[in-house]
Design a protein around this ligand. Structure first.
Ligand code: GLP
Length: 252
């Protein structure tokens, strides 16, 4: 199915969605082998299955991982890196370490995520922006979507030309993510560093994942919407190569 520039894939369930997403990313990466492939990743519950299926695929096929560069699009600020809910930890424990353990040439030097304990978040945003540029930009950016339509941590009102920056999190985002923090909403940092909409639009390809009933309303809006500040994900309508992969529960 195709909606404007979106290719829409509806999987029967979350497990199948995760497998499809892993296969999609794997084949895009392999097509570029042995050239450097910069894979942009997101965090959050939606991404868990995809990452697990991707690791399974790598275990099965045992490709060389030396050309794989992983960059994350957002991170809370401020937070200790070793805080169990920093995105740094989420990535380290569930993706970087398992990939490293496979002894297929994966290097932690090829992992990039905004520094959640940077003293100066503005300088950190600049550093990250430069780092992406130095690495040739993002080949494929995987995204989730917030219930209010954010991508990365680009909350409502984010401009089309926004770039990597410090952002104040919406109360709805802190509420939605509070279950991941033992201390509830008050423990969720009030700020984050995120790639901007312009950075996301510069990725050569985008894959957006969503699952479950909770995402149904926002996906419906997204499919209909034109580019609109009040629905940051709708700026993806300006991108030429976007695949939206969802499960049945998130559809219509
Ligand atoms: C979070 C993250 C996003 C993520 C989205 C959806 O707040 N910052 O990068 O894609 O919101 O999260 P989930 O998959 O848990 O619904």
């Amino acid at each position: 199915m195709s909606f404007n520039n979106f290719s829409l894939i509806v999987a029967p369930n979350y497990h199948d969605l995760s497998k499809k997403a892993a296969n999609f990313v794997y084949s895009k990466w392999q097509k570029k082998y042995p050239k450097k492939f910069v894979l942009g990743l997101a965090t959050g519950r939606t991404q868990v299955g995809f990452r697990q299926e991707f690791i399974k695929l790598v275990k099965l096929k045992r490709p060389r991982l030396a050309n794989l560069y992983l960059t994350n699009l957002d991170e809370y600020w401020p937070l200790k890196k070793n805080h169990p809910n920093s995105y740094f930890q989420e990535m380290k424990q569930n993706f970087w370490d398992p990939l490293k353990k496979l002894n297929l040439g994966f290097s932690e030097k090829h992992t990039f995520i905004p520094n959640c304990q940077a003293k100066n978040p503005y300088q950190e945003a600049e550093r990250f922006e430069k780092l992406l540029k130095k690495n040739g930009g993002i080949d494929l950016q995987v995204l989730g979507i917030g219930i209010e339509g954010h991508i990365g941590f680009n909350e409502k009102g984010s401009a089309k030309n926004s770039r990597t920056r410090l952002i104040v999190l919406d109360e709805s985002t802190r509420e939605a993510n509070k279950n991941q923090f033992s201390g509830g909403k008050e423990e969720v940092p009030a700020h984050a560093i995120t790639l901007g909409i312009a950075n996301i639009l510069e990725a050569r390809e985008v894959l957006l994942l969503a699952n479950g009933k909770k995402k149904k309303a926002i996906i419906k809006k997204l499919i209909k919407a034109g580019p609109d500040k009040n629905l940051p994900a709708s700026f993806l309508k300006l991108h030429k190569k976007v695949t939206v992969m969802i499960d049945k529960e998130a559809y219509q």
